[in-house]
Write a protein that binds this ligand. Structure first.
Ligand code: PLP
Length: 635
């Protein structure tokens, strides 16, 4: 790694932040030191700077934070799926095709579902609905009768009635049976409407997967029918003379499966069910592998935040495994369905925010000997003068010991605030000095190795982890985070990033590093006259859907951009984030009522001569303006 400030290049930044490892070919660094999005199409490859996009958005009145959606990446990802499956199908001589569906739950935003449907239309890409609300979206969005609507989740009569209307309209709407209770309802409602249902069964596979959702896989997984229950469903359908309606078998092993061997195992087990159920007379046409195809969030090639396979390898392994396990029984090859959500939409979204402030842990010291102070402060000052590079661990231990004694003296009232500050600054100065010497130590202890983290700056970002990156908080998900500009300059600070929520969990402190995960991120010192922008990448799946209103920070501004066939940047869609009034309304505060109460309070204060009439007017104006404003920090 280049350690020289003056010869630092964008290539050094690319290596430092790992953008070529997690960027999937969609992001890189331009010679100007800005992150650029790479959009490939049959017309060519176009590159657009994120900094330029930010300028365009700010000129259109959109303030930070902004959830930026890059529409070209949705189109590209869907195209890549079909091309990878088609390649695998052709090379293996598989005698059927691939047809995917997008699970609405992964990103329910209208603009996203519509974009997925629009770009998926040429491939007959469908939608997966796990609730009545999602089915309503699917029914009004898909018009291509070759695309599938797959209905997962528990279904009541109303859900089933809706799906049957979709059937009547000519849509291929398939009910995946999740519980035995659904069978009689489906049979009764389809008789009522005079339409044969398309049915699938969700299997509970024994196959277990690695990764974040390992505990939810295997025999004790929450969803799916056991072999006994599947036998019962088949019998019920036979008795009702509706076994021909059973056309699909489905399984879902979990999301973000890091290990391709788990996927192969699952497909193999599913194929055994497929052969057996086909042998009982069901006219099975589809094998639905659910989701699970992972994203390489940290570029490590293995582990919970990564994958040990490529899209091509996934497709090839799936096709080959199905063929291998059906051919010996002469079972016709089914249409392969996947319900990939994360892998389709994660790359399209980047959360952008600006840095508002920085706290550093640099000591502020005058040259004091400490002679006139209490013993622990004298000891710290002494240690600072005599620091010996050969005894770093000893000085480290002593510094903490005396620093704790300073705190103790403060608690007992033996020293005041200024003396405590002096002691702490002395302590920080020793630690900074030790940290600068650690690289010279051949075998530093873990404590010394992590001293840099202890001294890291805190960069305060204009965003909420809970609203925009809930998985970072809830399941420790690592997302790639980096500045979107100044990448031709060597970052001179290391930091954690705190959000606006004043919650101690509202922070980002696990990052993609060069050799693994790190607790601090290299960043640049702020400049007086320039905003510093950070991007959090690969956040298009689940984050917008699961985010919550902690501290009443609402939805961020959202912008969709696309690069047209001539390489021109189009700002296609802007959605203003929640106003304060909207967020208050979500939690049952009526903004009008709040205003009225505040108004009465101000009026009373005028009567009681606590404020003037002019002050009353100013207060009411400010109150009203704040209600209409953005919930985030305004520049
Ligand atoms: N299908 C079902 C039934 C799911 O529960 C999920 C989400 O967990 C998905 C598909 C999407 O999975 P992924 O985002 O991993 O592709």
């Amino acid at each position: 790694m280049n350690d020289n400030d003056s010869t630092w290049t964008c290539t050094d930044s690319a290596e430092l932040y790992g953008i070529d490892r997690w960027g999937g070919g969609y992001f890189s660094i331009s010679p100007r030191g800005e992150i650029e999005v790479i959009s490939s199409s049959p017309h060519g490859e176009y590159r657009v700077s994120l900094r330029e996009i930010v300028q365009g958005l700010e000129a259109r009145g959109l303030e930070m934070p902004i959830m930026l959606r890059l529409e070209n990446l949705i189109e590209q990802r869907i195209g890549e799926f079909y091309s990878a499956f088609n390649k695998a199908i052709e090379s293996a001589g598989y005698r059927n095709c691939y047809q995917g569906v997008f699970p609405i739950k992964v990103n329910q935003q209208g603009n996203v579902v519509q974009a997925v449907s629009r770009y998926g239309d040429p491939y007959h890409h469908g939608l997966e609905a796990g609730s009545k609300a999602e089915l309503l979206i699917a029914m009004a969005t898909l018009t291509n009768s070759s695309s599938l609507i797959i209905c997962n989740g528990y279904k009541d009569a109303e859900f089933i009635d809706l799906g049957l209307q979709a059937r009547k309209l000519g849509l291929k709407c398939i009910f995946v049976i999740e519980t035995l209770k659904e069978v009689p309802i489906i049979l009764e409602r389809s008789a009522h409407w005079g339409v044969d249902p398309l049915l699938g069964i969700r299997m509970k596979l024994s196959t277990r997967v690695d990764g974040q959702w390992a505990g939810d896989s295997g025999d004790r997984s929450l969803f799916g029918l056991t072999s006994t229950q599947i036998t019962e469903v088949v019998e019920q359908l036979k008795t009702a003379r509706k076994l021909s309606c059973l056309q699909l078998l489905h399984f879902h092993l979990g999301s973000q499966i890091p290990n391709i061997r788990n996927i192969r195992d699952g497909v193999r087990e599913a194929c055994c069910y497929f052969v057996n159920i086909a042998a009982q007379g069901a006219d099975l046409k589809y094998l639905d592998l659910g989701g699970g195809l992972g994203i390489d969030y940290d570029g490590m090639g293995s582990g919970d935040h990564s994958v040990n396979y490529t899209l091509d390898e996934y497709c090839f392994d799936v096709v080959e495994t199905i063929q291998e396990h059906l051919d010996p029984y002469d079972v016709p090859h089914p249409t392969i369905i996947t319900e990939s959500g994360r892998a389709v939409v994660a790359p399209m979204s980047v959360l952008l925010f600006n840095i508002l402030d920085v706290v550093t842990f640099e000591p502020r010291l005058s040259n004091t000997s400490g002679d006139h102070h209490c013993e622990p402060i004298r000891a710290l000052c002494d240690a600072r003068r005599k620091l010996d590079a050969k005894r770093l661990q000893e000085f480290y231990n002593d510094s903490f010991y005396y620093r704790d004694q300073v705190h103790e003296a403060f608690l007992r009232g033996q020293i005041g605030l200024q003396e405590r500050a002096l002691g702490e600054n002395c302590f920080l100065s020793i630690l900074q000095e030790i940290a600068s010497l650690v690289p010279q130590v051949k075998y530093p202890s873990a404590e010394l190795k992590h001293l840099g983290d202890y001294l890291a700056d805190i960069y305060y970002g204009n965003f909420s982890v809970f609203k925009s990156l809930p998985d970072a908080w809830a399941i420790g998900q690592i997302f790639p985070v980096m500045p979107i500009h100044r990448l031709d300059e060597k970052p001179d600070r290391r930091a954690v990033i705190a959000d606006l929520t004043c919650d101690c969990d509202g922070k980002l402190d696990r990052f993609v590093g060069m050799q693994g995960h790190t607790n601090t991120l290299p960043l640049h010192s702020l400049k007086e006259d320039e905003e510093y922008y950070i991007g959090v990448f690969l956040v298009g799946a689940y984050q917008e859907t699961l985010g919550d209103f902690h501290n009443l920070f609402g939805d961020t501004n959202v912008a969709s951009v696309r690069v047209d066939a001539e390489g021109r940047l189009e700002f296609v869609h802007e959605i203003k984030g929640d106003s304060v009034a909207e967020v208050l309304g979500y939690v049952d505060h009526q903004p009008r009522e709040l205003y009225r109460r505040f108004h009465d309070f101000a009026e009373r204060s005028v009567r009681e001569s606590r404020i003037s009439l002019k002050e009353r007017q100013q207060m009411l104006e400010l109150y009203r303006k704040s209600m209409d404003g953005y919930t985030y920090f305004k520049g």
